[in-house]
Structures are given as structure tokens and as C-alpha cells.
Design a protein around this ligand. Structure first.
Ligand SMILES: O=C(O)/C=C/C(=O)CC(=O)CC(=O)O
Ligand SMILES: [Ca+2]
Ligand SMILES: [Mg+2]
Length: 393
């Protein structure tokens, strides 16, 4: 029980307690926790420099024991009637705060772990070839992204320019195929030693929490540049993350088994206590739901992705972000990118206002949200990651 009056059905109840960085009333950036429609100002309440640093990195670097203790402490503050007098003045309406990028991104890696997404793109972009690459069921395929251009939800999405192929010509200009990718991101807190690998079972020792990711993609730039080294400028102009990082500890009730494996796995990818997660994403285009991607359908789990990332001895740093890859389910209205939803442009979407879309137009707003089951029948909200497309500069 809590002395707080929480909105009925809130996704920000005591089972969640996600962390973010905010500012308001002209004060310095500080760490906060979303509680109902409010933000608990941890910086103001504790006056601890840890929570006044303007990023979650220092907290994340402390490791799982400190994360657990803080979570217990916050639960006490919000439940003990004796704490109310001291805590309540530090609850600020969410509508009054500005959210910032929650952590400094060290390395950013993006996987490709939805079989439905990978097969759809294979079919659309590489007709006549097998839908999945030969390696796909043996290892979680991924690429290195650009950490410095990961930014918080709300950052304008300026239409990028670049090279693209136009028939037999190569031209330069604003992308004509600006797309989204609805993804889930995993944020590393505890580093690992260079030369060691992190086993699948050690996910909770290293991963602090989970956020939403939109991996904006310029499909025409990408198609021309990506052979043979993979995505580059077609994705590096901006990657958006949600402001709230949901603690991994809040997701115990959401754990599910991933889909059955068709190919025997190398021992380092075998998982006795699986880390599939039952999150349901929603993608809105100008307010209208265009897709509901189910994260539970992902073939590779974050634990397997983490084990794969480090199996060669590559170390983890605090602030590393690894994204799941586009989340697409088996149904057409569960696809996590426009290139899939409109079949590469061949079958445009019709929106409620009567307009049609293949790729994004200037002014379009894309918002991704997600929820998951929480402890004791509660619901966990991930908040949202949103962005509006601005004309090319
Ligand atoms: O299949 C391709 O050529 C391209 C794939 C992507 O663009 C997807 C990517 O960034 C990885 C993912 O989000 O699943
Ligand atoms: Ca992606
Ligand atoms: Mg990106």
C-alpha cells in the first residue's frame, strides 16, 4: 500500500519505478523516478550528488546491489506513512518537467533479432535470395551504431541528405524513404573486464534497465551504402530513446520463453532461464495506431545478445546501449517499420484523415509506446519515444 494517490490503471505504479533525468523551475538537471503522473525528484529529496549529476551513469555504474537497495528505499519512502511529510514536496507533476537524455551513451549496438522483420526485409529488398542469411539462426546479427547521435524522445528528426541511386545515376539530396524502426533498448550499468565474456545468466548483473528506441532509417541512403559493411549514414543521423529507463528488476513478471529454436546453439548462447519479454509495443503515426509489435516474438533474447557481444572478450562500459532490432510480429499490423507496413512502397497505408503514406513526410509525428505485465497483476509502462520530421536543411 502507498500513501500516494495513483491514477487508476497507471503504468507508473510501485512495481515500475523507472529512472530518468529531468529539469524544471530553472534548476539543474537531476535524477527522477516516474510515479503516477508525477516525478519523484531524487536529487531534491536526497541532495546526493549522485542524483544531481545530470545523467544516470554514476548510479548505473554502482551495480545491481546498489540498484536493488535504492529501489527498496524508494518503495519505503512511497509506502511508509511516516515518510510522507518529507517526500511529498518532492513530487512534481510530469507536465511541469522537461526530460533529458537519461544516460551518456558509451557504445551503441543494434541487433536484428526479429525473424519476422529479417524475413520481411529479405523478401522486400532482396527478392530471389533466401529470406534469412545463413548465419541468422546461429548468432544474433548486429552492427555498430553511432553513440553520439542517440538522443532523447522529442528531439526533432531533421530529414537527412545523402547519396542515393536514381536509376543509373547517383544523386545527392534529402532522403525520400525516411522510415522508423520500433525497438527495445538495453542499458548497461556494470562494466566487464576486457578479455572476459559475460555468460547469458549474468544479464541482471550488467543490465540496469530497458528503454524504447526508434532507429530512424533513410532507406534509399541505406540501400546504396550498405554493401558490404552494413548500415552507416542511413541510420546515424539520429536514434531516439525514451526518457524513462525501466529497471530490469521491474520486468520479472514479463519474462517468457522465446520461440522454439530450429538450429542447435553454441553452448555460450544456451539459456536455461530464458529472457524473452512480453512487451507489447504500439506505433502511432500522427496519432493513429499503425502497428502493435509483440516483443515476445523476438528470436534472440537480450541475454543471448549480451553473451554474443562479449564472447570475443570485448568489454562492456557503463552507458553501453544495445537495441533489440526492429520488433515485428507475424501479422501485417504487427510490423515495426514502414518499409514492411507498406511492402517497400508497393502498398501504401491509408490513414484516418484519408491521406496515404509509404515513407514519412515532413511534419509527421511518430510515437512508440509499450507496456508489460508487472508484479501482482500491475502494468508496467515504458512511456514513449516520439519525434517529428523536419524538412532537410
Ligand atoms: O535487411 C537489411 O538490409 C536491413 C535491415 C535493417 O535496416 C534493420 C536494422 O537496422 C536492424 C534491425 O533493426 O532489426
Ligand atoms: Ca534497427
Ligand atoms: Mg539510428
Amino acid at each position: 500500500m502507498t500513501w500516494l494517490e495513483l491514477p487508476e490503471d497507471t503504468g507508473f505504479g510501485l512495481a515500475n519505478l523507472p529512472f530518468g533525468v529531468f529539469s524544471c523551475r530553472g534548476r539543474v538537471m537531476r535524477t527522477g523516478i516516474a510515479v503516477g503522473d508525477a516525478v519523484l525528484d531524487l536529487g531534491g529529496l536526497t541532495e546526493d550528488p549522485l542524483h544531481l549529476s545530470g545523467s544516470l551513469n554514476e548510479l548505473m555504474a554502482l551495480g545491481p546491489r546498489a540498484w536493488r537497495e535504492l529501489r527498496e528505499q524508494v518503495t519505503d519512502w512511497l509506502t511508509q506513512p511516516s515518510c510522507r511529510r518529507v517526500v511529498e514536496p518532492h513530487l512534481i507533476p510530469q507536465a511541469e518537467v522537461r526530460m533529458h537524455r537519461p544516460f551518456e551513451v558509451a557504445d551503441y549496438v543494434d541487433f536484428y533479432s526479429s525473424q519476422h522483420h529479417a524475413e520481411n526485409l529479405g523478401r522486400i529488398l532482396r527478392p530471389g535470395t533466401p529470406p534469412l542469411p545463413a548465419n541468422w539462426k546461429h548468432l544474433p546479427v548486429g552492427y555498430h551504431g553511432r553513440a553520439g547521435t542517440v538522443d532523447v524522445s522529442g528531439t526533432p528528426v531533421v530529414r537527412p541528405c545523402g547519396q542515393r541511386r536514381d536509376g543509373d545515376d547517383v544523386t545527392f539530396g534529402p532522403t525520400r524513404r525516411l522510415d522508423i524502426e520500433a525497438e527495445v533498448g538495453f542499458v548497461v550499468g556494470m562494466p566487464s573486464e576486457p578479455g572476459t565474456s559475460v555468460p547469458v545468466a549474468a544479464l541482471p548483473e550488467h543490465v540496469f534497465g530497458v528503454c524504447l528506441v526508434n532507429d530512424w532509417s533513410a532507406r534509399d541512403l541505406q540501400a546504396w551504402e550498405y554493401v558490404p559493411l552494413g548500415p552507416f549514414l542511413g541510420k546515424s543521423f539520429l536514434t531516439s530513446v525514451s526518457p524513462w529507463v525501466v529497471p530490469l528488476a521491474a520486468l520479472d513478471a514479463a519474462r517468457v520463453a522465446p520461440p522454439p529454436r530450429d538450429v542447435p546453439l553454441q553452448p555460450y548462447l544456451q539459456d536455461d532461464a530464458p529472457w524473452g519479454l512480453d512487451l507489447t509495443l504500439e506505433v502511432r503515426l500522427n496519432g493513429e495506431v499503425v502497428s502493435r509489435p509483440p516483443f515476445a516474438s523476438m528470436y534472440w533474447t537480450p541475454a543471448q545478445q549480451l553473451a554474443h557481444l562479449t564472447v570475443n572478450g570485448a568489454s562492456l562500459r557503463t552507458g553501453d546501449l544495445f537495441a533489440s532490432g526492429t520488433v515485428s510480429g507475424p501479422e501485417r499490423d504487427q510490423r515495426g517499420s514502414l518499409i514492411e507496413l507498406c511492402e517497400g512502397g508497393a502498398d501504401p497505408l491509408t490513414l484516418a484523415d484519408g491521406t496515404t503514406r509509404t515513407f514519412l513526410e515532413d511534419g509527421d509525428v511518430v510515437t512508440i509506446t509499450a507496456t508489460a505485465p508487472g508484479a501482482d497483476g500491475s502494468r508496467i509502462s515504458f512511456g514513449e519515444v516520439t519525434g517529428q520530421v523536419m524538412p532537410a536543411r
